[in-house]
Design a protein around this ligand. Structure first.
Ligand code: URC
Length: 292
């Protein structure tokens, strides 16, 4: 029986980095979680413990902090590309790098130069893969919580002996959007593109009269691809945050779609990919690029 080493990568996970950029008394904050993974010819350390080609994960962490000092971090996509290209360009045996960055948002407290309130649970994300002299950027957002209190129906589904769900022509639709979109081309204005994709996702969720969350998912992805030519593919993961009508009849009360029980689990989980059929193939399986 022959045993061989399969695919492997290694790095420092979840380096917490906060930078303060000062413009006189006005401060600008960046709050990031950075994960680095390096790939390449790393058989020796696995097979014999020879670490001659192992860029220590501690060095990877230090590089993140040093790079944040040497030049402004800027957009997370640019910072991830700088880091990935550095590792692949500086060490002969490192042929690939994958850099994941989550950005935690802070809002300036109105009228204050250097005081901030946390924006909430939403995160901006990027996953950059550098392989030799090629690079792929998959950006996204996590936990964008949205709700519409009408404009959503769900009916026409099959009924069997286990079906109790009532058909509805008017329900609350709520979800926490996780989105990933793969870029094609380069010279992209990352900040504008992110803001526009986010706006399109929100507007489509709000505007689209929904017959199912699946229909809403497709409409959201389709709208992004129609408006943003730099995006090749959109992945969405949409938990259906159920709001059930409370039965008020024991109290002699009618519930005219006004009082709901917000269940936290279980939840429906609706996931899908919307893509251009003429999108260039990144040459790597998408699942190796995406965070889900
Ligand atoms: O939009 C929905 N899609 C479903 O697949 C589903 N299943 C369910 O019980 N409720 C819903 N809602």
């Amino acid at each position: 029986m022959a045993i061989t080493l399969g695919p492997n990568q290694y790095g420092k996970a979840e380096v917490r980095l906060v930078t303060v950029q000062r413009e006189g008394t006005v401060h600008h904050l960046k709050d990031l979680t950075v994960s680095t993974s390096l790939r390449g010819d790393l058989a020796a350390t696995h097979l014999t413990g020879d670490n001659a080609d192992v860029v220590a994960t501690d060095t990877q962490k230090n590089t993140v902090y040093a790079f944040a000092k040497e030049a402004p971090v800027g957009e997370i996509e640019d910072f991830a590309l700088r880091l990935g290209r550095h590792f692949v360009g500086s060490f002969e045996h490192i042929t690939g790098a994958r850099i994941l960055i989550d950005e935690h948002g802070w809002n300036r407290i109105s009228g204050h130069d250097h005081a901030f309130s946390q924006a909430g649970s939403e995160k901006r994300t990027t996953a950059v893969t550098v392989q030799g002299d090629q690079a792929w950027v998959v950006s996204g957002l996590d936990d964008l919580v949205v709700l519409k209190s009408t404009g959503s129906e769900f009916h026409g589904f099959p009924r069997d002996e286990y079906t109790t769900l009532a058909e509805t022509n008017d329900r609350i639709l709520a979800t926490a959007v996780t989105a990933r979109w793969r870029y094609q081309g380069d010279g992209i204005d990352w900040a504008t593109s992110h803001a526009e994709v986010r706006r399109i996702l929100l507007e489509t969720f709000a505007d689209k009269h929904s017959l199912s969350l699946q229909q809403t998912l497709y409409a959201m992805g389709e709208a992004v691809l129609k408006e943003r030519e730099e995006v090749a593919e959109v992945r969405l993961s949409l938990p259906n945050k159920h709001h059930f009508l409370v039965d008020l009849s024991p109290f002699g009360l009618k519930n005219d779609n006004e009082v709901f029980y917000a269940a936290d689990r279980p939840y429906g989980l609706i996931e899908g990919v919307v893509l251009r059929d003429d999108a260039e193939d990144p040459g790597l399986a998408w699942h190796t690029l995406a965070a889900f």
